[in-house]
Design a protein around this ligand. Sequence first.
Ligand code: CA
Length: 233
Amino acid sequence: MAHLLIVEDDELLRDGLCAQLVHAGHSVSSASDGAQAQTLLEATRFDGVVLDLGLPVVDGIAVLQWIRQRLAALPVLILTARDGVDDRVQGLNAGADDYLTKPFEMAELLARLQAMLRRSRLPAFGGSLEVQSTHNRSLRLDPVLPLGWLGEEAMELTHREWSLLSLLVNNMGQVVGREDVLSVWQTEPQEGGTVASNALEVYVHRLRRKLTDSGLNIRNVRGLGYMLESDAE
Ligand code: CA
């Protein structure tokens, strides 16, 4: 569950978005113009923003620039008009994390938001990076480089192993979906190319070996994904 801000001046669309996102389990606040959005952003901590670019009072691009100056890591998905290619480019240049062109399918918005929120939980965006195992050896990950430590011992990790393990650590005790891992991998230029979904098992297998005797285990949650858990539970 995330706390989201919806900024959209079209009342029908705004209400529809809010209802769907609440239905999807998120808590939602909304604003109908840019100034109202800024007031809410100053008062409350949000996990993500859906921002229409065509807004009254203060337009979407100005709100986006304002967000980037103050809340550098806050994920923002922009909504643009179908023919608004310039808007889209301008929005991405101003620091939007993703965009959708109107009209869009609600299912697509939900999927993109989910992927955006998962990415934002990666350590590079300030997520937590350390978990304690029962054996009193903590697992720590470098926030930027593909490095990890089990107690005092360094772990050798490829970039993909590191981002998979980061997702698991940041969501310790919760299921990380297969699709979430694949969508994070696809946004990373380091190892390039598309990832076959059966490659995920290979990476999980390698990480399990690296976590041998650590007191931490990657559990396969059938049909859903993977979960990092400690032996203690
Ligand atoms: Ca609008």
